[in-house]
Design a protein around this ligand. Structure first.
Ligand SMILES: NC(=O)c1ccc[n+]([C@@H]2O[C@H](COP(=O)([O-])OP(=O)(O)OC[C@H]3O[C@@H](n4cnc5c(N)ncnc54)[C@H](OP(=O)(O)O)[C@@H]3O)[C@@H](O)[C@H]2O)c1
Length: 244
């Protein structure tokens, strides 16, 4: 999301486009997703926040965001927390159906942020379950979410000032572009959604659906907290060397 001062602010594609929109964020109970939800509170009209709600964290985030608008002195964003596993295709499909067909609403911004890979190790040290879980959350689930959302998004209503109909943000990783040892499966899974985003962008540009791929380096969240600090430093050094 761009800052109001950005040059796109008046052309219906930048920050001002997000004002009053409905954003659906997966993985919104922690880390990057939670931070994005905080930024979009009092900017978007509605936020649908998805996570499994482990330890009631999603409910806590929703409660906190519900109080933000009074501090910011701006309008109140409707916050809807939804507890579901992103890999549960039936629950995902029901949610999208609830929004579009039952609620006569639309998703203007989809932020695919949920993930769960704390495995740092060589391929041969990983169990089949680890491998399946990494692919399920990082690759397969995003494919199903886009399969469900995009056909509906292409019929989203637009204001005359809007230059885009919807915006899809896919959280990948530095590992998606520059594979690192001991993150092979994670890198393969993130690489898959990069190709997915590249291809569907071409399919949906005619409908003015815009895609953004985000490739963060190591960020201090629950996702990396369980890694050995030495391994984390090593990853950062290797990533830096590979960029050169
Ligand atoms: N942090 C980094 O250094 C880093 C670097 C590069 C890329 N990334 C990417 O950035 C994204 C966010 O990472 P993060 O560091 O913010 O992670 P995080 O702090 O661990 O948060 C992960 C979020 O995803 C949710 N989640 C995990 N599995 C889920 C599932 N099966 N269904 C529904 N929700 C699920 C978690 O909530 P519940 O557990 O309650 O479901 C939580 O809200 C990920 O895609 C990650 O791969 C992160």
């Amino acid at each position: 999301m761009k800052h109001p001062n950005h040059k796109n602010h008046q052309n219906g594609t930048g920050y001002f486009w997000t004002l009053g929109k409905h954003a659906l964020i997966t993985g919104a109970s922690n880390g990057i997703g939670e931070e994005l939800a905080s930024h979009l509170t009092s900017v978007c009209r509605k936020l649908t926040l998805v996570a499994r709600n482990r330890d009631g964290k999603l409910d806590q985030v929703a409660k906190r965001l519900n109080q933000i608008h009074s501090h910011r002195g701006r309008f109140k964003t409707e916050i809807q927390p939804v507890s579901l596993d992103i890999c549960d295709t039936e629950a995902m499909s029901n949610l999208v159906h609830q929004i579009y067909e039952k609620g006569h609403e639309q998703v203007d911004i989809f932020i695919n942020c949920a993930s769960g890979s704390h495995v740092y190790g060589t391929l041969e040290s990983m169990s089949y379950e680890d491998i399946e879980q990494i692919f399920d959350t990082n690759s397969k689930a995003p494919v199903f979410w886009l399969r469900e959302l995009l056909p509906r998004m292409k019929r989203n209503k637009m204001k005359s000032s809007d230059r885009k109909r919807a915006h899809v943000v896919m959280l990948s990783s530095r590992s998606g572009e520059r594979a690192l040892p001991k993150l092979s499966v994670y890198a393969a899974a993130k690489g898959a959604i990069e190709k997915l985003a590249e291809a569907v962008q071409k399919e949906y540009s005619q409908y003015r659906i815009v895609f953004t791929l985000v490739n963060p380096g190591s960020i201090n969240t629950a996702f990396t907290a369980e890694w050995d600090p030495k391994a984390r430093t090593l990853i950062m050094q290797k990533a830096w060397l590979l960029q050169r």
